[in-house]
Design a binder for this molecule. Sequence first.
Ligand code: C2O
Length: 286
Amino acid sequence: MRALPDTDPRSLTVQANIHCSFCNGGYLQAGVNGNIPLQVHFSWLFLPWHRWYLYFHERILGSLIGDPGFSLLYWNWDDQVYGGNEIPELFTRVNTSLYDAKRRAEVQPPTIVPLAATTLPNMSASIVTNQNLNNMYQSVVTASTASLFMGGALRAGVDLSNVTVLNNTLGGSLENGLHTAIHYYVGDPTTQLLQNMGNFGTAARDPLFYSHHSNVDRLWEVWRLNMPDGERADHTDPDFLNAEFVFYDENANMVRVKVSDVLDNQKLGVYYKKGRSDHVWINYSP
Ligand code: C2O
């Protein structure tokens, strides 16, 4: 993927640019008056769009190596027991394709990655771990409705171009807190825009992005199926279900997909093993 020319939609460069184009004004909303950019962050579009994005990214990688069973790995940063809370060592080996030089120096392993911007990496390990468990609990267990967890309704014609991570009121708790903290802490503060992970435009240049988002995607499923109050429900509003995006598939063809077709992981062949420490944050008592 890294070796493909930038003119190939399957190259890592174009893959990263696709992410960028869905948040920095690359597409306009269809069927509305005026030029309103499509933004896939900061609302209920966040989880389904990123699931589709991972789906095609994974299929492209599988096809490039001739292994249709290839699967992305998720970085289980929610785990505070078995070391999931460090940047996985696999991604830190210099001169490998999973390495990215633009990452924050103070959160290299074995430093625990904080799950909130207010938790600092130089706090003691037990404080960071406890605050991480608390953030997991607050953002997933107590966020019992689709609006709280997945994000609120984005209707055609609503312009989110002035929304940033700092004034984002529509985004869900998984996106706003946990997910954004990982981007913030992995990005390199000695670069101008917190590249790569800390900025929409460059985040998906770092291979860690895809494993980070695989865990975001897994936590969506944990939220839906494994909470103490029983099964939870995704949004069912037609404006949500009928939202459409375009992606490149593994043959470099452009395809149009719908949110309603990505809600059932089984249809996509995506399967998550139960996380071995999920119960620790699910049962955390603040
Ligand atoms: Cu499209 Cu983690 O952001």
